[in-house]
Ligand binder design. Structure first.
Ligand SMILES: [Zn+2]
Length: 346
């Protein structure tokens, strides 16, 4: 704790915020699928505002915010599209209060219960215009992107719903949707696409609330990581659905082709961390072979009023320090490519 306090008092090279699974809806509290965890649909907005206020007041202002997906809950669309639009506007407003500070959004399953993929591709959500000196390259054809907020730090955002049963209502012939249907039915024969009864082990990931990345996205990822390694950029991967299966052995929140994604990451030493959402209870894991820190952020939606679940990350000479608030633990992640060599290396 003392170490963290003294580190946050040091000046960071760049500071940014992280938040996941806000799942705002203007409705009474409910529960998750297992009916064991409470979802605070309205209060999630208050917790988001508290996080934003903290970032606004900080003497060490955030340069950008990573929003890891499920900004609004699927319940919004039960009252029609207008209600989805209203919820989105309401949930985006706190981010807009961070004037001149861009938010980089990840699209989650709940976002796709409200809108089709085509909506997000055309939306300003995926094309932050306030990026100042931040280089960003989201394509209008894709929901995955990368940007370089510091010469030694690259963010690479994956789209784990590119191969998915969700978000293709207006493009039913899309090859990624057709592939998703074929793959899904190879593994899950239940009538309800979110029912994983009868599935064992890694097959428990075959639910419609998860998804995967396309071969095209894997090729893009490899290209980005190859270049980042050559340029000695430390890389953080962001994703809505997790890609590591170590959590409690349940595998219910895991990308359909996580092994393929991990295989690409393993070939490129630039990756230092993978930040995910989707699994609201949150968990973490350090790969003993590569040292990569995996963090699944606790979801704001299931965080009790009075607490919170967000983090502020700071880039120092030799580490990326993530200071969690409330439900989120803190981490100090060693940089693969230090900004300045440590004394022992000189
Ligand atoms: Zn989700």
């Amino acid at each position: 704790m003392d170490t963290m306090t003294s580190q946050s008092a040091r000046k960071s090279h760049i500071t940014f915020g992280i938040v996941a699974d806000i799942q705002y809806a203007d409705c009474e509290d409910g529960t998750d699928f297992s009916k064991t965890r409470i979802r605070y649909y309205r209060n999630s907005l208050n917790l988001l505002k508290n996080a934003i206020n903290d970032w606004k007041k900080s003497s060490d202002p955030v340069a950008f915010v990573l929003q890891l997906g499920d900004l609004i809950d699927g319940k919004n669309n039960h009252s029609g599209e207008e209600s989805s639009h209203q919820a989105l506007t309401t949930a985006l407003y706190p981010f807009q209060c961070l004037k001149f500070t861009p938010t980089y959004h990840t699209i989650g399953n709940h976002d796709l219960y409200n809108f089709q993929r085509s909506f997000f591709m055309q939306s300003s959500l995926m094309n932050p215009s306030l990026s100042l000196s931040i280089e960003t390259s989201p394509s209008s054809q894709h929901l995955y992107y990368t940007f370089l907020p510091h010469t030694k730090l690259r963010i690479v955002n994956l789209d784990t719903y590119e191969v998915s049963l969700l978000g293709y209502k207006d493009s039913p012939d899309d090859p990624n949707f057709l592939m998703a249907q074929a793959l899904f039915r190879e593994h899950n024969h239940n009538e309800n696409v979110n029912d994983i009864d009868g599935l064992e082990g890694l097959d428990r990931r075959w639910a419609a609330y998860n998804g995967g990345v396309s071969q095209q996205q894997l090729v893009w990822l490899a290209q980005v990581l190859r270049k980042a390694t050559t340029r000695e950029e430390n890389v953080i991967i962001t994703t809505h659905v997790g890609i590591k299966a170590e959590f409690k052995g349940s595998n219910v929140c895991l990308a359909w082709n996580s092994e393929e994604i991990l295989a690409v990451l393993a070939e490129h030493p630039c990756v230092i961390a993978v930040l995910a959402g989707h699994e609201h209870s949150g968990w973490d894991y350090v790969d003993p072979d590569t040292g990569v820190q995996f963090v699944t952020m606790p979801g704001i939606i299931e965080t009790e009023p009075g607490s919170n679940a967000y983090a502020t990350a700071r880039l120092f000479d030799n580490s990326l320090d993530i200071r969690g608030v409330g439900e989120v633990p803190s981490y100090s992640i060693k940089l693969r490519y230090p900004l300045r060599p440590s004394q022992s290396e000189t």
